[in-house]
Design a protein around this ligand. Sequence first.
Ligand SMILES: CC(C)(COP(=O)(O)OP(=O)(O)OC[C@H]1O[C@@H](n2cnc3c(N)ncnc32)[C@H](O)[C@@H]1OP(=O)(O)O)[C@@H](O)C(=O)NCCC(=O)NCCS
Length: 169
Amino acid sequence: MTDTTLREMRWWDIEAVLALEYELFPEDAWSPGMFWSELAHARGPAATRRYVVAEADDGRIVGYAGLAAAGGLGDVQTIAAARDRWGTGLGSRLLTDLLQHATAFECEEVLLEVRVDNPRAQKLYERFGFEPIGFRRGYYQPGNVDALVMRLSMHDERGVPRQGTEING
Ligand SMILES: CC(C)(COP(=O)(O)OP(=O)(O)OC[C@H]1O[C@@H](n2cnc3c(N)ncnc32)[C@H](O)[C@@H]1OP(=O)(O)O)[C@@H](O)C(=O)NCCC(=O)NCCS
């Protein structure tokens, strides 16, 4: 297995990211325009997005993730690892990166939606302290699959800021 580096996603990564997107989210893949639009808000002093890619040392893009932040609220927009990297800790590294940026964006809490039929991703989020807070019925179309909404408070029960790492090892 090659080494993998996390770095900011740039527009020239979109093609490789879309190849993974179509493979991993065949029913509800984002369009190129959605990534272009997100990246337009990811730079400069007024940036409200963090988009990151995982690049193997042979240059292959093997993962990506994105966070939107506004008014103290963060939202995990997307997170994905190439299938041959599942179970290597890459998903955890990507989520750690997003949560560190949520702290930098001064988010009080971070929300996300995850398909109810995606226990692997739910488990990843639970390991970081995300808790289920409700459902959005039929959120994923055209399959009409419900979303589980999960929430992470960026402060622990003593009010101490979280560092964006796993809590249960
Ligand atoms: C969800 C997803 C991002 C998880 O990525 P991942 O790289 O498999 O995540 P991790 O490797 O960090 O964690 C998965 C497992 O590997 C284990 N793991 C973590 N670090 C590890 C390491 N360094 N070495 C080996 N295994 C490790 C974890 O303990 C975890 O095991 P568990 O789930 O049995 O507790 C990935 O499965 C994916 O891209 N799925 C398709 C897209 C998707 O569903 N995205 C979420 C949309 S809401």
